[in-house]
Write a protein that binds this ligand. Structure first.
Ligand code: SF4
Ligand code: SF4
Length: 272
């Protein structure tokens, strides 16, 4: 999941400098689990914005904020409130915020959150970074433990000379991932693979921005760097919602369990 943290309120207010009416969009997936895009977060934001004299015209929790077509459909149910707002404040990850920006090319869209990393939730609202999405996965050779992410130096053939008592020299609170990999490979009787020297990663796989299609078996088809796509004349993804245009121009992870809205969809307004 994408781990998000709410920005400092003063920074949100700074971004909303000229806004008088705001519509809020959360997300029932990752942002809800982080407490940055669920009903509670939207309600708290509404209260704080109103305390600053800003009118909140409405709010919606998208089922999956990075799903452009689904979010577009859900937002249609909030057309009047969106039209009435001069700004949309996204309370999801950066991908969700850009869904809104694509859907409303003539409206100001801001984000309330910082997107931090791809993480695993080990306990309620405790997150650990486990994968950096390098596009060239080595987990099959490392006992399922990722050195790209878990070694601060990102080396593939370790450990470096700095490991001490199983701990990392960069951060002694961390176990050296190569010690973990070694122990794991021993347990699963694959210690031989520890001796295999890994080739340097192919950074072409992590070039940004990426775009790909997957087939019905989930395999990548049509992976292309953006320049190539443009040369081939592919139309940019722009799905403005008809009639929804108005003014032109452009890690809090604390709290309680997500409320009922966290698992809901975009038809529901978080505000009573
Ligand atoms: S090797 Fe790459 S894709 Fe695999 S877990 Fe690590 S960062 Fe993610
Ligand atoms: S001690 Fe281990 S985890 Fe830390 S930088 Fe060296 S190889 Fe990487």
């Amino acid at each position: 999941m994408i781990i998000t943290s709410q920005k400092e309120f003063k920074d949100i207010i700074k971004a909303l400098a000229k806004a008088r009416k705001v519509f809020l969009v959360g997300c029932s997936e990752c942002a809800a689990l982080c407490g940055t895009g669920d009903a509670k977060a939207l309600e708290a934001m509404k209260e704080r914005l109103e305390g600053q004299g800003i009118v909140v015209t409405g709010g919606m929790i998208a089922k999956t904020g990075c799903q452009v077509l689904g979010t577009k459909t859900e937002l249609k149910g909030h057309k009047d409130a969106v039209d009435d707002a001069d700004v949309i404040l996204s309370m999801s990850c950066g991908a969700g915020a850009q869904t809104i920006e694509e859907l409303f090319p003539q409206k100001e869209v801001y984000t309330a959150n910082d997107s931090l990393f791809l993480g695993n939730m080990s306990r309620f609202r405790q997150f650990d970074e486990r994968c950096s999405m390098c596009g060239d996965c080595v987990l099959n050779e490392t006992g399922g433990i990722c050195p790209v992410t878990r070694c601060p130096k990102g080396i593939l053939n370790g450990p470096c000379g700095g490991v001490r008592d199983g701990k990392c020299e960069v951060d002694p609170n961390l176990d050296c991932c190569f010690v973990l990999i070694y122990e794991r490979l021993k347990k699963i009787d694959q210690i031989e693979s520890f001796k295999n020297i890994k080739e340097p990663r192919d950074f072409q796989h992590s070039r940004k921005p990426s775009k790909l299609k997957v087939d019905t078996r989930g395999q990548a088809r049509g992976y292309q760097p953006s320049e190539q796509r443009e040369q081939e004349g592919e139309a940019p993804l722009a799905l403005p919602i008809e009639g929804m245009t108005k003014t032109a121009s452009k890690a809090s992870v604390e709290g309680e369990a997500p409320s009922g809205f966290a698992g809901g969809g975009g038809d529901a307004s978080p505000f009573k």
